[in-house]
Design a protein around this ligand. Structure first.
Ligand SMILES: Cc1ncc(COP(=O)(O)O)c(C=O)c1O
Length: 368
């Protein structure tokens, strides 16, 4: 029997028609056809997906079914006006075959923060978390039980009104895809300080994981690549002086014995789950962590004084990416990343927690 649960957010009341998740199994698994030695990130998907619809003010049709295309009208609202959000999460498998997901509650929370900002309905825990748990359990054999391998989980919600018009959609689709991924080796990167393009401004959507943020950042990345760089270091929209993020990663600077990362107050930075994990582990290493505005002037002054030790990015895909070159105008900073202590230790600790080789004292691993 259907029952109703209500969740009150700032200005909307979300109804769930039923917590029942219908499951239709794939007739044949693609697992044997997938070459796990040649996994290209995001290209292969497991046998099943989860789908749910938001219609008439309530979530319904929650279903796990064989991975398949979506049928959509060319007038689909999300395609025209970009009401679309997503998340990126990873699942692991231990030697005993148990599946674990890394801090999914934080992604669930962030997903609904994105939803609220984009005038979309919240997705209830019964669908996001329970749906993800059921889906990962069904496709558990797709989690490669090998070091540095994982199952990437991609929840998405988009506006599904079939009407052209700039307004919040009345209908939405939520789905979750699973994609096995191999080791993601991120070589130390060359980056420059971005002074022309802007990723996020106060009052904008920088803190949300909405599709348009990624489309609008493509130009700066393309220009960086043309010039032989791997990524840009985003800076504030007004003066291009205060640092924000590196590409799609949060950024940390080790200055003396302090780890400095830009603060979240202005709403221009995505609150990374890896960033939060890095803050806890850096403190465990004995470093002081400061979340605050950090200017290019301060970074250059620290470099001139010899106190700028390490610069690295954090994110779900690569975990930790070291920066070997940082350029600001004509000022170029080179690092010998082989001598670094903090970033490699951080990467090892996070990877070891995820893969069960280090005690999970923060309760980050969520058993499926
Ligand atoms: C813009 C941006 N910043 C930071 C991050 C890092 O966040 P997380 O550690 O949750 O993957 C991501 C990746 O999700 C991102 O897209």
């Amino acid at each position: 029997m259907a029952f109703f649960v209500s969740l009150r957010c700032k200005n909307s009341l979300i109804m769930i028609a039923s917590s029942v998740i219908n499951v239709t199994r794939a007739e044949r698994s693609k697992l044997q056809d997938t070459n796990f030695d040649k996994l290209v990130f995001g290209r292969y998907f497991t046998d099943h997906m989860l789908e749910a619809d938001y219609e008439n003010g309530e979530w319904k049709n929650v279903e796990i079914k064989p991975f398949q295309p979506l049928l959509m009208s060319p007038s689909l609202a999300a395609l025209h006006y970009g009401q679309s959000i997503f998340e990126g999460i990873k699942a692991y498998r231990d030697k005993e075959g148990n599946a674990y997901i890394f801090r999914p509650q934080d992604n669930f929370r962030r997903f609904n923060i994105s939803a609220a900002r984009m005038q979309m309905p919240l997705v209830p825990e019964e669908i996001f978390m329970e749906g993800m748990r059921r889906l990962v359990a069904i496709d558990k054999n797709w989690i490669p039980a090998k070091e540095d391998y994982s199952l990437y989980i991609r929840p998405v919600m988009f506006a599904s009104d079939e009407v052209i018009g700039v307004k919040p959609s009345d209908n939405y689709k939520f789905f979750i895809l699973l994609s096995p991924t191999g080791p993601y080796y991120s070589a130390p990167m060359r980056i420059y300080v971005e002074e022309k393009y802007t990723r996020a401004a106060p009052g904008g959507v920088g803190f949300s994981k909405t599709a348009g943020n990624y489309a609008s950042a493509l130009m700066a990345s393309a220009v960086a690549k043309e010039q032989g760089y791997d990524q840009v270091l985003w800076t504030d929209a007004f003066e291009h002086r205060f640092v924000q993020e590196i590409g799609t990663m949060n950024v940390f600077f080790i200055i003396g014995d302090v780890a400095v990362t830009p603060g979240l107050e202005e709403g221009t930075i995505l609150e990374g789950v890896t960033r939060q994990s890095a803050i806890s582990l850096l403190q465990e290493m004995g470093l002081k962590v400061e979340e605050r505005p950090l200017s290019i002037d301060e970074i250059i002054t620290a470099h001139k004084k010899g106190t700028l030790k390490e610069v690295f990015g954090t994110g779900t895909a690569a975990t930790i990416s070291m920066i070997k070159e940082l350029k600001y105008k004509d000022y170029v900073i080179h690092f010998d990343t082989d001598k670094w202590k903090v970033a490699p230790t951080l990467k090892k600790w996070i990877t070891d927690i995820r893969e069960g080789r280090r005690e999970d004292k923060y309760d980050w691993m969520w058993k499926v």
